[in-house]
Write a new protein. Structure first.
Length: 517
């Protein structure tokens, strides 16, 4: 079988951290290859060298049998290599066709009409449902991803790299994407997918290549393996793939959300008349297509966003007695904390909101505790102990606990953030995509930590994108559709398909009875 790509003894070092070490592996022409590995194993770094973002410190890359000197994305495009990144590279105020025009060959004469016609042909060929004249900021996440794929195909790519392509897609959208990828493979194109979702690896890929701690472990045909075998190759030991859902004896009403209405800075409603309850000792999942109000919901509860008049969020310290109820609306995070209410929040934006990128782990731990000191000098001993504890327990790959967190991989940044918030001993823990970008082993560590908090009586709101995880981990699942309440279902009594439908279509009468599930 011909090789579309061959890596020979590829090595890449950042500072003192070896991201890739002496990697030699092949990607066959006309196949879908899944690239697996724990966080920090070097998957994205390896693909960034193939796509021209990084240049290897050692080794050689061959494309279609010829040695390639890939020093920029332009060099990669010239070789027919295109990468769709997890964080899209689009200009929001431009239309789809204008974004596509940005990747035109500079030697070509600019003609937006010709760009439109070529893009329309690509859409017709692969049955892409997208309005080429639509502004990007009005697009759904799946439409933005489709646009990124069109950009790559517009450049004539025959080798496509997709980084976590199904991270924020519904099951129906994922199936549409997989259908397109199979068509591309059948046309002779080569597809490389970086993903952590093992069930999708088994469904879509022809082969699987595994990296562990920057070293190539090997590859296997998908038809000849299973999820347990792949996990063992990734981690180096057997890992249980069962998510526990322990039962708790007593549950008290912790939060009562009523008539919650939120508008964005442009005055557009993002949450409308939301009503639901959250109990101690349970994990309430929140399902919905990305951008349907999940972010605003958690930020409003945390006191970061002010809702419209008439909204109510009541907090109950230990039980549901009205005499102890406290209204959270109108109070900022500091006021809520001064009231003795311990809320922990893992936001979707890890570095923009959750952590300070230029600070190390120790200083980021101090952000939760520096106001507790009595003198002018902050105590660094306790934050350092916490940083070391989180590093060791969650296996954070970092040169040191003082290294800026922005230099860590996305998965390792998430470990630092989740570990810090859980360590704060909250009564309410809110997480937005807590395991996004995490490898399977660390993901299960996070699930275990969440279940520990649940058994301690913490009320947990878990916004997730993997419906399989929501169904296994959560007790109840709140579904948002267009920023509106579309039902609460018992996780053990529903299916992934039902959730997918609730996420995309408003149910009759909003399934109000589901609030009692």
């Amino acid at each position: 079988m011909n090789n579309a790509v061959e890596f020979r003894n590829i090595t890449k070092i950042f500072y003192k951290v070896v991201a890739n070490k002496d990697i030699s592996m092949q990607v066959h022409a006309g196949e879908i290859l899944s690239l697996l590995g724990e966080n920090g194993s070097g998957k994205t770094t390896l693909m960034n060298m193939l796509s021209g973002i990084y240049y290897p410190d050692g080794g050689e890359i061959y494309v279609n049998g010829k040695k390639a000197d890939i020093r920029s994305p332009g060099d990669a495009y010239a070789l027919g290599i295109g990468m769709v990144h997890q964080h899209f590279k689009l200009i929001d105020v431009f239309t789809a066709v204008e974004n596509i025009a940005l990747v035109m060959d500079r030697s070509s004469r600019f003609n937006l009409k010709q760009v439109y016609e070529k893009a329309r042909e690509i859409c017709s060929r692969y049955d892409f449902q997208i309005d080429l004249n639509q502004k990007v900021y009005r697009m759904s996440v799946s439409q933005k991803q489709t646009l990124e794929i069109i950009k790559v195909l517009f450049q004539g790519a025959s080798i496509l790299i997709l980084d976590e392509p199904t991270a924020v897609l519904t099951p129906q959208e994922t199936e549409k994407l997989f259908k397109v990828l199979r068509i591309m493979r059948d046309e002779g194109k080569t597809v490389i997918i970086i993903t952590h979702k093992l069930h999708e690896v088994m469904e879509i890929s022809d082969r699987v290549a595994i990296l562990r701690k920057g070293i190539y472990v090997g590859s296997v045909r998908t038809a000849e393996t299973n999820e347990s075998m792949l996990t063992e190759m990734m981690v180096g030991e057997k890992v249980s793939l069962n998510i526990d859902r322990p039962l708790t004896d007593e549950k008290h009403l912790r939060l009562s959300v009523r008539d919650l209405n939120v508008v964005n800075p442009e005055g557009i409603p993002v949450l409308q008349d939301l009503c639901f309850d959250v109990f101690s000792g349970e994990i309430l999942g929140v399902a919905g297509i990305s951008g349907n109000g999940q972010k605003e919901l958690l930020e409003t509860i945390a006191g970061l966003v002010k809702p419209r008049t008439g909204s109510s969020i009541i907090y109950y310290p230990d039980d549901d007695r009205d005499s102890t109820a406290q209204e959270l609306i109108g109070k900022d995070p500091k006021t809520i904390r001064d009231m003795g209410i311990h809320l922990s929040f893992v936001p979707e934006d890890r570095l923009g909101m959750g952590l300070v990128g230029n600070m190390g782990m120790i200083d980021n731990m101090m952000l939760k505790s520096y106001t507790r000191g009595t003198g002018p000098i902050a105590d660094r001993k306790a934050p350092k102990r916490l940083a070391v504890q989180i590093r060791d327990r969650l296996h954070v790959v970092t040169p040191s606990v003082t290294a800026p967190v922005r230099t860590l991989s996305g998965g390792n940044v998430q470990k630092v953030l989740v570990g810090r918030e859980i360590a704060a001993a909250p009564s309410v823990l809110m997480t937005a995509y807590a395991v996004r970008g995490l490898d399977i082993n660390t993901s299960y560590t996070i699930y275990h930590l969440l279940n520990e908090q649940k058994q301690r009586g913490v009320a947990i709101i878990y916004v997730g994108e993997d419906l399989d995880v929501l169904l296994e981990l959560c007790d109840r699942i709140l579904v948002l559709c267009g920023g509106k309440f579309n039902g609460v279902v018992r996780a053990e009594r529903t299916t992934k398909e039902e959730l997918g439908l609730l996420m995309t279509k408003m149910a009759d009468d909003s399934k109000e009875g589901g609030k009692k599930a």
